[in-house]
Every structure is written in C-alpha cells, then in structure tokens.
Design a protein around this ligand. Sequence first.
Ligand SMILES: Cc1cc2nc3c(=O)[nH]c(=O)nc-3n(C[C@H](O)[C@H](O)[C@H](O)COP(=O)(O)O)c2cc1C
Length: 378
Amino acid sequence: MLFYENSERKKISQLFIFEIVFLRVKINLPRMYRIIRPLLWTLEPELAHNLAIKLIKFGFLNFYKFDTPLNLEVSVGDLSFPSPVGLAAGFDKNAEIFYELFKIGFGFVEVGTITPVPQTGNPKPRIFRLEEDKGLINRLGFNNIGLLAATQNITKKIDLKRKQKLGVNIGPNKESKDRVRDYIDCLRKVDELADYIAINISSPNTPNLREFENTKIDDLLREIELNKLSKKPIFVKISPDLENKQIASIIESILKFNLDGLILTNTTTTRDSRLKSKFGTQEGGLSGLPLSELSNQKLSFAYSITNGAIPIIGVGGVFSGKDVYEKMKLGANLVQLYTSMVYEGPGLIKNINNEIEMLMNDDGIKNLSEIIGINRKA
Ligand SMILES: Cc1cc2nc3c(=O)[nH]c(=O)nc-3n(C[C@H](O)[C@H](O)[C@H](O)COP(=O)(O)O)c2cc1C
C-alpha cells in the first residue's frame, strides 16, 4: 500500500470496506464480483490484478470454494485431472496463489511464465481492457520474480495430497545471451515440483521469442529431450498466428524429440476489424473473446494432424461450459482460460463445471474422453 498514489490508496481502502461489509452480512456471495468489479475496474488493470492477488492471499477465494463433480475427471497420460478446466499461464506468474485457485474448481493451474533471473518487463501501462469486445491486450514481457523465488513459493505451498495438477510455464530472459540454456536451467529446476512443464515459445512480448516456432524449434526441443530429468510431461505452447504448415512442423518436432503435448494458443498479435474498443490498436497480445475463433481453428487443425497421438490443451476465449465442451469436441484433452475470469470473477469456474456436467447429462456422456475430437473440422 505504501507505494500507491493517494487516490489509488483511497480506492483500495474503499474496496476493503466493501469486502468487510459483504463478509459480515454474507449477501449473495456468488454475485459479489458483480458489485466489486466496477470498483476494482476504476483501478488501472495491472494495479487491479495486483490487488486481486493480495485479496486472494487474504483468503477471498474461500467464499468460492467448490468441489468438482466426480464425473468431470479427465486422464492425460499418467495424470488424472479432477476437471478439464485449468487456469492459463500469466495470472499467477510468481506461483503465489495457485493453492488458493485450486479451491474454486480448477482441475489445474499453470503458473509462470518463470525466467531464470527476475525481470521487470516492459514499461507501464502494459495491460488494456477491451470492454466492448470482452478482451484484453497485454505486453507485460515476462515480468516475474525469477526461478529461485518462484520455486521457493511453490515449495512452501505445495500440498502433495492434492488432486489438482500444477503446471509450470518457463521462458528465457529478454537480455539472455543463451535462451536455450535459460529453458534448460528452468526445466531442471522445476522438474521435481511440477506435474507438467510448459515451454513457452509464443509470447509476442519478448522480442524474437517466436523464432523458436520457426527455424530454431529443433535446436531447442533436441536440447530439452537431452536434459529431461524425469518422465514429467512437457508441453509446448504455441501462437495462434502460425500458418498451418508451421503448426504441422512443430508437431513433427515434438514427436521427433519425444515431448508430450501442445498448448494452443497464446495471445494473438492480429487485430480483427470487428474490434470496437479504443484500445484495440495497442501493441501486444490480444486474448479473450476476440481470440476464440482463431484459437479454435488452430486447435482443430492441430488435432487433424495429431489425431490424439499427443494431448492438446486448448486455450483462447473460453467463457462458458459450452466453450470448454466445444474445444474438447475439436480435439482438446484439457482447456484453460484467463481473460474470462477477469470479466466474470472467480464464481465463473463453478458455473463452467456445472454447465459441463449438464451438457454431459443432456448428451448421455459418462466420461469426457468420449467427446474429444468428435467435431474436428479441418
Ligand atoms: C495479462 C496476461 C498475461 C499473460 N501472461 C502469460 C505468460 O506469462 N505466459 C504465457 O504462456 N501466457 C500468458 N498469457 C496468455 C494466456 O495464458 C492465454 O494463453 C491467453 O490469454 C488466451 O486465453 P484467454 O483468452 O482465456 O485469456 C497471458 C495473458 C494475459 C491476458
């Protein structure tokens, strides 16, 4: 609080008062976010995010506790996920609140992107709300506390008996002289803590990172295969801005170097002419509803090639149980979201899980594995 401007400090204390009033009278807690959001959104997006992290650390999510229905369980390789719905990378960059997020119905949480040494990222402002479009644009640039501090956070809070799975997303430092080495250093350090590891080669906010999606892919994945310490699954996270033939070639490399899966997609640098918000022209990666169609196209294409040979985590523009169901039918084994939680609040995860269960009942589906890939389009 000491570092905030006076006006920001006033808004923050108003929020705490709101919080206390609601905790005392327990008014309609699931709908609380609808009341809090307008107040939270008077703050600049990154400040609102940092405040949300603080509230979550104080136990704010205890009011949203939710046990996922048993029939939502999904198995991917040797891992069993209590729900196919996970939190995408970037929300809990420093692994500060993943154990709190497990309580609200997520089957898994992916922390990071973590880089070997701490870095501050790009100049602020660097997150923009595209309210009319239900999207966000960010150009954060891997701001994080670094590998050592982040892994200490995980060690402190990890519950070895939990059902939910922890993914750790890793990337290189912007100024690094050897980016492949950065991935390897992170990989070796997070191996024993993570249930799976995500190799992020697709952030648009670290200059030239996406080169790993082109010519340098084999060099990176070969080193990763050589430096694997265990059988923990390694997923490669790719961009929605790739041509289909580039996606095909990344899949070929994943198979060649015996890695385990694909996450698609990261944010897009493309801008659709249908965007309404004045922030639509900001530089950075676009997420949320405007990404949904594009990421679904890429998912469908990837499944048409892999045909289930490697698992896929589908991410981009998921706002409902129907959206999760659709991504699974297009070929996703698991699904992640980020932007919709900013718009709808933590109660969304319970609603999504319940909606998936309803859709399963309507379709007479006993196990979600029955629907994976049944609507593939490409
Ligand atoms: C503010 C913000 C920060 C993000 N940071 C990361 C990150 O550090 N690493 C990463 O792999 N993806 C990051 N992402 C991308 C998300 O993980 C996800 O791939 C993307 O937002 C699409 O999902 P959505 O439409 O549900 O938000 C970030 C997204 C947002 C909105």
